[in-house]
Write a protein that binds this ligand. Structure first.
Ligand SMILES: *Cc1c(COP(=O)(O)O)cnc(C)c1O
Length: 371
């Protein structure tokens, strides 16, 4: 196996992949409607379910597309015109769900919360109780990639059970690193994708759903032809094919990425990520920088770092410096604070974080003396 030039991606996905995942895409051409390819997709689906739920009661529905398509598929397929959807908005991805729901003219109740503190769950429950409409669905981002804030889905799930609400979770940047048990957490629908903690290639998104919930969607309004969750589910169960062309080679890479996750284990992967995060935090402190979300609610997967107070500092310039060293960093996404973001996911270790920190120190020193 030839090695391929290695870049260190510190953006929150697509993440750095192993050479074995990269090479898994180089396969003989195949028509994706052949039985052999159907078996591959079927095994990928079952594996993806197994990471978070029991495949007898839950099922994975695959889509071609980036992660947002899975989120959009849930919102446009599972919430009817008579339902009311409460969306927790404490970052850019919660905001995105509000925009999607508004596009489909759903009955939306937006629950806003600051992006760097835990949600006030009493206030959330009060909002549900005092709302003039009965809330039927609640959507939340598990890990807000905007800041690194980890929302407590287990406690939100308990509130949902109590008030008979279907819980929808965008687990895009937590799935495959932070352990999730859909049944214990009372999650009805979960969205994730192939290119973040799964360490696969970009292009496949998926919904993991409780089968009993999906079956109830048979006569639901059809708002999207392509992203119709029920149709995609039924068609695949019957034919072991996607309704439309899947990203064939990306599927082979995903299978390889799944095998590598099974070998490593989700808990161990999270330990590896956490080790990188601890390195990152102690390094940034050493350089006099601080970060936004307190450790107790931090995902340890992505960190919004406050930009240094140096007049010569500018993000595009720093980005170019790192890019030349084969490291990719990410801008911030908050209005109130100037931040840049460092993710520590993918096929990297704390040693890569050390490399990043050495370069960061070098860069900050160089712009400090330039005045
Ligand atoms: C990455 C991400 C998405 C999906 O983004 P795409 O660009 O569509 O893949 C959705 N939600 C969260 C929380 C994410 O981190």
């Amino acid at each position: 196996m030839n090695s391929i030039k290695r870049n260190i991606l510190l953006n929150p996905g697509p993440a750095t992949t192993t050479d074995s995942v990269k090479w898994a895409q180089v396969v003989p051409d195949i028509c994706p409607r052949e039985v052999e390819f159907g078996q591959l997709m079927n095994s990928v689906s079952t594996d993806l379910t197994q990471f978070v739920a029991d495949p007898t009661d839950y099922v994975t529905v695959l889509f071609s597309g980036s992660g947002t398509s899975a989120v959009e598929s849930i919102l446009c397929s599972c919430v009817s015109q008579d339902d009311s959807l409460l969306i927790i908005n404490n970052g850019a991805y919660g905001e995105r769900m509000v925009k999607i729901a508004n596009t489909y003219k759903l009955n939306v109740v937006e629950f806003k919360s600051v992006p760097y503190h835990a949600i006030d769950l009493n206030l959330l429950e009060q909002t549900i109780q005092t709302c003039t409409r009965k809330i039927t669905h609640l959507a939340v981002v598990h890990h807000e990639t905007t800041t690194g804030l980890l929302n407590n889905v287990k406690l939100i799930g308990e509130i949902c059970v109590k008030h008979e609400i279907d819980l929808i979770v965008d687990a895009m940047s937590s799935y495959a690193a932070i352990p999730i048990q859909m049944n214990e957490m009372n999650i009805s629908y979960l969205a994730a994708s192939s290119n973040k903690n799964l360490q696969g290639m970009a292009g496949i998104s998926f919904v993991i759903a409780k089968v009993s919930k999906l079956e109830q969607l048979e006569n639901a309004d059809i708002r999207s032809y392509y992203l119709n969750l029920y149709e995609q589910y039924k068609y695949f169960s019957k034919n072991k094919q996607m309704r439309f062309t899947p990203p064939v080679q990306t599927m082979y890479a995903l299978k390889q990425a799944i095998i590598e996750l099974q070998e490593e284990g989700i808990t161990e992967r999270y330990i590896r990520y956490t080790r990188s995060w601890e390195r990152l935090i102690s390094g940034t402190y050493r350089l006099g920088l601080s970060y936004l979300v307190p450790e107790a609610h931090h995902s340890k997967i992505i960190t919004a770092i406050i930009e240094p107070d140096i007049s010569q500092y500018n993000f595009p310039n720093m980005h170019q410096y790192f890019y030349k060293h084969n490291i990719m960093i990410y801008p911030g996404k908050l209005d109130e604070f100037n931040t840049f973001r460092i993710a520590n996911i993918g096929a990297i270790t704390y040693k890569d974080i050390d490399t990043f920190l050495d370069l960061l120190e070098h860069y900050l020193t160089s712009i400090s003396v330039e005045i």
